[in-house]
Design a binder for this molecule. Structure first.
Ligand code: PMT
Length: 412
């Protein structure tokens, strides 16, 4: 494990308390750590805490002649082999995205040639806010910067959703084992969320899928180096930075968007979407009136997107999900075989605390001849593990038999 010189930037947010533990873990792993705090961070944690843990003076000001006489801001920027900003607040990301250098931390970020990692932490509405999304896109386009997290779950303010800083242990582990680019150069297509099947112009049939599992997988595939196309049903999640999102409403829309994406070249297809199995045979052109005591709707089968893609002459490595309330393994194995899949991820959706619309999930992964149960975890953490498993199985299939399935034609 390479020991690095890490400049840890701490910005203003309640998650700053986790950064003290992060310094301890980084030091324990043998890294040299220098801490730079913004004014906002000082409101949450005393610089002395970081000084004691890092064994180095903590820098807080750009215009401190005494500090500049020691290691000036440019030397600090050159010293760092990694700039890690944890927590990275919305305000800090906005200033960074706009090239501001109005305090020590933004100045070091402008001056350094080292990779910069941001571990965002903010309220879920701030994370979803259009200005924050725009700043993320700018940061992404400019390069040099990677995003670790955020995680989703309960927030200090009482809200629930994406915006929690990753745990200190998860960040420290990633510093020591940077995300392996296991899908570098590959194209991954992911379906996510529910579909809506119209009854009339104002009513539809749908389900409780939030899209969280699929969005987490798309982000994990991106982190693993893939080009990712996310075919999304109607959800209220922000697009993951660096992922191309194509919207679809009905199952038939989703099928055609998926076929188009796969047609253009796709190495791995992951179907997390909860696609409606049936649609109303004929959608009413106008809002239906409640003139009758009883109403019967004739439902007809929707096309199966997953089976369609897996049944192509040269299919990508195809991964299905199975949402079951009972006999999870039996039904999952049946789908694996019947739909001719390379892998299926089974989740027991009978539990209210995992599966549909939850931030956590519990899954067992099956492939021909094997399986692995993954302990209950956040969808973000599970997605990273699933991407590793997918890459390993894809590699195994490629080396075990001459590849029947290579479909990528995208030139990058
Ligand atoms: O979105 P979240 O709130 O995060 O919840 C995640 C999830 C529970 C929706 C997800 O983890 C999950 O299990 N997705 C699959 C849900 C589902 O529809 O399962 P199924 O057993 O009905 O379908 C099996 C597979 O066939 C799935 O990969 C599905 O995408 C696919 N399918 C199903 C029907 C159809 N017409 N076309 C399909 O492609």
């Amino acid at each position: 494990m390479a020991q690095k010189r890490i400049l840890l930037g701490v910005t203003g947010g309640i998650a700053a308390y986790k950064s003290a533990e992060l310094v301890r873990l980084l030091k324990k792993a043998g890294h040299s750590v220098q801490v730079v705090m913004t004014g906002g961070a000082e409101a949450f944690v005393m610089p002395l805490t970081f000084q004691a843990l890092s064994g180095e003076p903590v820098r807080t000001s750009l215009l401190d002649p005494e500090a500049e006489a020691g290691m000036g801001h440019i030397e600090l920027a050159k010293w760092a082999e990694l700039v890690l900003v944890a927590p990275a607040s919305a305000n800090f990301m906005a200033r960074l995205a706009n090239g501001m250098a109005d305090d020590l931390l933004t100045t070091v970020c402008c001056a350094t040639e080292a990779p910069i990692v941001l571990a965002p932490a903010m309220n879920q509405a701030m994370w979803a806010n259009a200005r924050t999304r725009r700043n993320l896109r700018l940061l992404e386009e400019d390069g040099q910067i990677s995003l670790w997290g955020p995680d989703a779950g309960d927030q200090a303010c009482g809200d629930t959703g994406p915006g929690r800083m990753l745990e200190a242990r998860a960040i420290a582990d990633r510093v020591d084992a940077p995300a392996r680019q296991v899908l570098a150069g590959q194209v991954v297509v992911v379906t996510a969320g529910p579909t809506r099947e119209a009854i009339d112009p104002v009513r539809y049939i749908s389900n409780h899928s939030s899209g969280k599992m699929g969005y987490a997988l798309a982000a994990a595939a991106r982190d693993a180096g893939a080009r990712v196309i996310l075919i999304s049903g109607p959800v209220s999640l922000p697009a993951p930075a660096g992922v191309e999102v194509r919207s679809a409403t009905s199952a038939r829309d989703m099928l055609s968007a998926t076929e188009n994406a796969v047609e253009d070249g796709c190495d791995i297809f992951v179907a997390t979407a909860a696609v409606a199995d049936y649609r109303v045979e004929s959608e009413a052109g106008q809002k239906m009136k409640k003139t009758r005591e009883e109403l019967s709707l004739t439902l007809v089968r929707n096309p199966d997107i997953l089976a369609t893609i897996a049944g192509r002459p040269r299919p990508p490595f195809t991964v299905g999900f199975a949402a079951e309330t009972n006999d999870v393994e039996k039904y999952a194995l049946d789908k694996l075989e019947r739909k001719n899949l390379d892998m299926i991820v089974a989740n027991d959706v009978s539990r209210p605390d995992t599966g549909f619309n939850s931030d956590r999930n519990t899954v067992t992964v099956f492939w021909p001849g094997g399986s692995e149960a993954l302990a209950t975890d956040t969808k973000t953490a599970l997605a990273a593990r699933l991407i590793d498993l997918i890459a390993a199985r894809q590699h195994h299939d490629d080396t075990a038999t001459p590849r029947k399935k290579t479909n990528s034609r995208i030139k990058r």
